[in-house]
Design a protein around this ligand. Structure first.
Ligand code: GUN
Length: 285
């Protein structure tokens, strides 16, 4: 079997058009969705991500407010800025780019963001609401994966999903979102014994481990849907995922490439969450 490629770039572009249309509708009602991104320090990867978020915001007609703070900024100053943004009616989404410098307590910072503006979906209130199936901001990468899966038309109910990786940002929440869709979910991680015994059971296999080409054809059941969340560099410095694409795509039914798979969906869902927040500020969709 040669897998059908799930084109994240194309699906993201389609979603962005829909979001841009909704932004125009909200603007005609006098509300411009506003996203503030706070960037602390000089991490090059973070700078690139933040630039991309700002650019997308502007392309979709939203207001983007970038706040940069030096590496040495105190936690108190950062918390004061978040407090100010929590109270600012022109800002519907607040995102503090992670990682933060070591002297700042990340948990305290995340918990200081109003859950109503937590468009990353990282606040414990949004995580709890997601777990209990209530209205919540869903974390962007897991949400993007859900949209990709829905776009394939593959039914989720009753499917066996195996998630490899248990990070708070991707692994844990993506399993929860698919559980909410009535899938049967197995989590595997670095301490799992006989990994391939589990992964070979997967109708849908989600790789979120951060190790280049970790998932091989032997880990995959014939015809499975394979979602690759990895963004790694191989020994040659080339961008690659957690899945050995060439061999796995010979066996899977569907597969996401890297790049142009899950990646473009993350920012798209951030934009969606900002739109949702702005819309909810005047009563909801
Ligand atoms: N750093 C890497 N990914 C993310 C993300 O999705 N949100 C935030 N806030 N920081 C990140």
């Amino acid at each position: 079997m040669t897998a059908e490629i799930i084109n994240g770039k194309e699906i993201a572009a389609k979603k962005r058009l829909e979001i841009a249309e909704e932004v125009q509708k909200l603007k005609s009602e006098g509300v411009t969705p506003g996203l503030s991104v706070i960037l602390v320090g000089n991490n090059d990867a973070s700078k690139t991500y933040v630039k991309s978020k700002q650019k997308t915001c502007e392309e979709l007609g939203m207001y983007s407010l970038l706040i940069t703070m030096p590496e040495e900024v105190s936690e108190v100053e950062l918390l004061a800025k978040i407090e100010e943004l929590n109270a600012d009616p022109s800002i519907h989404g607040i995102l503090v780019q992670l990682p933060l410098p070591k002297h700042i307590d990340e948990t305290r910072v995340i918990e200081s963001i109003s859950p109503l503006k937590d468009v990353d979906g990282f606040h414990p209130i949004n995580i709890g609401r997601m777990m209990t199936g209530q209205n919540a901001f869903l974390p962007c990468t897991p949400y993007g994966i859900l949209v990709l899966l829905e776009e394939t038309g593959v039914q989720l109910e009753g499917k066996h999903v195996v998630v490899v990786g248990r990070s708070n940002i991707v692994g844990k929440p993506v399993g929860q979102l698919l559980l909410n869709k009535n899938a049967t979910v197995t989590y595997c991680h670095s301490k799992t014994k006989d990994l391939s015994v589990h992964t070979r059971q997967a109708d849908i296999l989600i790789a979120a481990v951060g190790i280049p080409n970790f998932i091989k054809a032997d880990h995959v059941k014939e015809g499975a849907v394979v979602i690759d969340v990895g963004i790694n560099r191989n020994e040659a410095g080339k961008l690659c995922g957690d899945v050995a694409f060439d061999e796995v795509s010979e066996k899977a039914g569907y597969i996401t490439p890297v790049p142009k798979g899950v990646g473009p969906m993350t920012i798209t869902m951030l934009m969606y969450n900002t739109l949702k927040s702005a819309s909810e500020s005047i009563g909801g969709f």
